[in-house]
Design a binder for this molecule. Structure first.
Ligand SMILES: Nc1nc2c(ncn2[C@@H]2O[C@H](COP(=O)(O)OP(=O)(O)OP(=O)(O)O)[C@@H](O)[C@H]2O)c(=O)[nH]1
Ligand SMILES: [Mg+2]
Length: 458
């Protein structure tokens, strides 16, 4: 990236809407905007002449023609998202006006931004660290308020503060150890050694604490997949509709109604759960059903847990028994549906671990209990505020695992009186791995993989 390149992108989704917003950032942002923005009215100014954090009213001109009437925000470095001079233009929200304004800015010297490039610049210019940059994407992609709250905590730097403290502690220990390498005649006094060991053990416990949030972090960011399975007509699609609170899937008394899998996300007690309604399991009657059942099984395999729906108004069939056995190893909830009808189903609970919930998917009775059961199945314990502050993602998890491994080695080596060079080497690796989380140590590949997942204009 050339530091004096000025980048531009449409920051709002492409489509018809009231407004579209374009973002222009870089050293020449005002000069480029000056070339195509014509102020209207006596109080409006050219971007380069306007005070910072003001809005100017005017027209975008290309080749002497008016393209659109716009509001233009002038934001001078460093008080901007990228810490560069920034112009934000609100134009009419049709696809064409936004594209024409974009085109005009491009012909006047701006370059089209890559995905995530504004956020990348915010990181490179030191406004936010890497964990915070990732949180920007989490905020955008969050599907429940709980996920959003977690992303906002990370964006505010709650995770970063703790990671920085962890890294500082490792560096401090490293400095102590290195000082003794330089003066080999002086042994580390038993007192000091005890303190160093204690600090390392504290650091390792803290890494364990963070690592325990990985599962929850993953659920909040990506959601958790749940396949709704069972015999035809058990009421799977009716259950999906109840969980979503709307009529998404076709329901009918004909066995074999659902052929294709249907995926929808619902907010279950703050957790984004992706439910997959599937074709009823049985001997397929035709080619379409064969494919439907194949897809059911595929969803089953990819799901993190299943809702196995049973028809409570009928006795357990031999097919039911086969499926109950087959999915015994899956994380599951047995949903006894149609409890409004006389109950003929008897499920011998083979072990008390199996969770069973009675529901009626016609009226919605029991659905709240089912939601509670889902929450307690996927989320261990209470949803605590502290956990939201630090729920780590898979990249953090991977770096922390490496850090923990070498920090453990360093601690053992120090305790066992191994040569201090070895201790120092492991400590340095551990500190670097922790530093990767906030971007103190990074590679271009790592940055690419993080920012390329962003949308353009962010
Ligand atoms: N009485 C009663 N009927 C229900 C209940 N849930 C579903 N049904 C009925 O059972 C029939 C089948 O429901 P679906 O939701 O289509 O069942 P499904 O499991 O998706 O069936 P397939 O897609 O064919 O595998 C429909 O006539 C529903 O109205 C319930 O709780 N009580
Ligand atoms: Mg169905």
């Amino acid at each position: 990236m050339l530091p004096d390149e000025t980048i531009v992108a449409i920051a709002t989704p492409l489509g018809e809407g009231g407004l579209a917003v374009l973002r222009l950032s870089g050293a020449h942002a005002f000069a480029i905007a000056d070339k195509c923005f014509s102020p209207v009215g006596k109080s409006s100014l050219k971007p380069s002449a306007a005070p910072t954090h003001t809005i100017q009213y005017g027209k975008i001109i290309r080749d002497g023609n008016v393209i659109d009437e716009v509001l233009l925000a002038v934001l001078r470095a460093p008080r901007t998202f990228t810490r560069e001079d920034t112009v934000e233009i609100s134009c009419h929200g049709g696809i064409l006006p936004a594209k024409l304004v974009l085109d005009t800015l491009l012909t006047n010297g701006a370059r089209l931004a890559e995905p995530g490039e504004f956020t990348k610049r915010a990181f490179l210019n030191g406004r936010i660290d890497l964990a915070q940059a990732e949180a920007v994407a989490d905020v955008i992609h969050s599907r429940t308020e709980l996920a959003l709250a977690a992303a906002n905590e990370q964006l505010a730097g709650k995770l970063s503060q703790r990671i920085n403290k962890l890294r500082d502690d490792l560096m401090l220990t490293l400095a102590h150890v290195e000082a003794h390498i330089d003066f080999p005649d002086e042994d580390i006094s038993p007192d000091t050694k005890e303190k160093l060991l204690q600090r390392l053990e504290d650091g390792i416990s803290f890494m364990d604490e963070l690592l325990r949030t990985a599962n929850e972090g993953q659920i909040l960011r990506r959601g958790i997949r749940a396949a709704i399975i069972g015999r035809p007509n058990a009421g799977k699609s009716s259950l999906l509709n109840q969980l979503l609170g709307r009529d998404r899937a076709i329901v009918s008394p004909i066995a074999g109604t659902t052929r294709d899998t249907i995926e929808e996300t619902a907010n279950i007690r703050g957790l984004p759960v992706i439910f997959i309604d599937t074709a009823g399991l049985r001997e397929a009657r035709d080619e379409i059903e064969v494919e439907g059942i194949r897809r059911s099984r595929e969803s089953l395999a990819s799901a993190e847990f299943i809702l196995h729906v049973l028809d409570a108004s009928e006795p357990l069939t031999s097919a039911d028994e086969i499926y109950l056995k087959e999915f015994a190893d899956k994380k599951r909830i047995l949903v006894c549906n149609k409890t409004d009808l006389p109950v003929k189903l008897e499920v011998r609970s083979q072990n008390s671990e199996v969770r069973m919930v009675d529901v009626c998917s016609l009226s919605g009775n029991g659905i709240e209990n089912l939601k509670d059961a889902i929450k307690s199945l996927v989320w261990a314990g209470e949803i605590k505020a502290e956990m939201l502050q630090v729920a780590i993602n898979s990249r953090h998890q991977e770096a922390l695992n490496r850090a923990r491994f070498t920090a453990r080695q360093a601690t053992d080596a120090l305790r066992d009186g191994m040569t201090l060079e070895l201790v120092a080497m492991d400590l340095r690796i551990a500190a670097n791995a922790v530093g990767e989380i906030v971007g103190k140590t990074t590679t271009e590949d790592l940055l690419d993989s993080i920012f390329s997942a962003f949308c353009i204009g962010k």
